[in-house]
Design a protein around this ligand. Structure first.
Ligand SMILES: Nc1ncnc2c1ncn2[C@@H]1O[C@H](COP(=O)(O)OP(=O)(O)OP(=O)(O)O)[C@@H](O)[C@H]1O
Length: 304
């Protein structure tokens, strides 16, 4: 399973919606494609699924050029791009059966998949008409249809937009399972959703990739890493002076507490603890975890 973008540029007349976009992902896992409105996310996913032709460069799925050989490239791919508009007069079950049959899946497999997704995605009653479902119910029913053919690669455009927190959780739990065996690529502007489900992240704005890499590494790079130390006794001036030599700066001292900045490297964090113990007895030692928000603000905030 593999997704490749090789120097893809997409122009809408003179407007450059994608500018020299390249990435490559292989094997199972989840990739979050993050960017604000108008960044170029949908355009990317449309090029990826042959709904648009790139102006330059090319996209490959499972090693096959999507625009040259769309049928072959998309054979093992499931995608949900923009708000799905499924068959309103079919029931949930009929709609999934229809998509499964179009994909050449046998009836028995289709029905066992429907049972599986009914529980995992908490689908609405299978006899409900697609046209009468709420947005969240419809989204999940369409998502189930996309997965009926058991694709290797799953491509989703803002899959949780318009969903309530309960539905988002269903989606998140499902992606966490799905990514164990499949390559999932989804666009989003919801940071928490990406940080909770993805291994890798790409930041895009104004059609350009601003940063890509492992979420943990990017979060760490942009985070103000800090540890909070609780000493047994309140700090006096002499202690505070000594604490200043720990880490790369003191953010705050308050009563028995000191908050110390450090680079984010594990060995430096261990060293701070080792030296702090020499100053006075310690009751607790807590790290502030890195988060993607500071990365998002630094990467997209500065350059947007
Ligand atoms: N058919 C089109 N013709 C002209 N410009 C377009 C067309 N489709 C998109 N654009 C422009 O290209 C840019 C990227 O649009 P795109 O839909 O890819 O962004 P997005 O990141 O998916 O945004 P959103 O989160 O709002 O869906 C936007 O400035 C948009 O106005």
């Amino acid at each position: 399973m593999e997704i490749t973008f090789n120097k893809v540029t997409k122009k809408y007349h003179k407007f450059m919606a994608l500018d020299d976009v390249s990435f490559n992902y292989r094997d199972h896992g989840a990739i979050g494609y993050l960017g604000p409105n108008g960044a170029g996310k949908t355009t990317t996913l449309k090029v990826m699924t042959n709904l648009l032709r790139p102006s330059e460069g090319h996209a490959e799925l499972n090693g096959i050029d999507v625009n040259k050989y769309p049928k072959k490239a998309l054979a093992n791919v499931g995608s949900m791009i923009e708000t799905p508009t499924p068959y309103p007069f079919l029931t949930v079950k009929e709609s999934m059966q229809f998509v499964g049959e179009l994909r050449g899946i046998d009836k028995k497999t289709i029905n066992s998949k429907i049972d599986e997704f009914y529980d995992a995605l908490k689908l609405p009653p299978l006899t409900s008409k697609m046209g009468q479902l709420s947005k969240g119910q419809r989204q999940r029913a369409v998502f189930a249809s996309v997965l009926i053919s058991d694709p290797d690669v799953v491509i989703l455009d803002e899959p949780t937009s318009g969903l309530d927190p309960f539905e988002r959780k269903i989606f998140r739990d499902f992606i966490l399972e799905l990514k164990k065996t499949k390559l999932v690529f989804f666009s989003s502007h919801i940071l928490s959703e990406v940080s909770e489900t993805c291994d890798d992240v790409i930041f895009i704005n104004h059609g350009k990739i601003l940063k890509q890499g492992k979420i943990d590494e990017i979060a760490q790079e942009f985070n103000t890493n800090a540890v909070s130390i609780e000493f047994l006794k309140p700090l006096d001036n002499n202690m505070i002076k000594n604490i200043r030599s720990l880490g790369s700066g003191v953010l705050k001292t308050d009563g028995k507490y000191a908050v110390i900045k450090f680079s984010g490297k594990e060995d430096e964090r261990a060293q701070i603890l080792e030296n702090a113990i020499k100053l006075a007895p310690i009751i607790s030692y807590t790290s502030y975890g890195s988060d993607l928000e500071s990365a998002y603000l630094s990467i997209l905030g500065e350059k947007s």
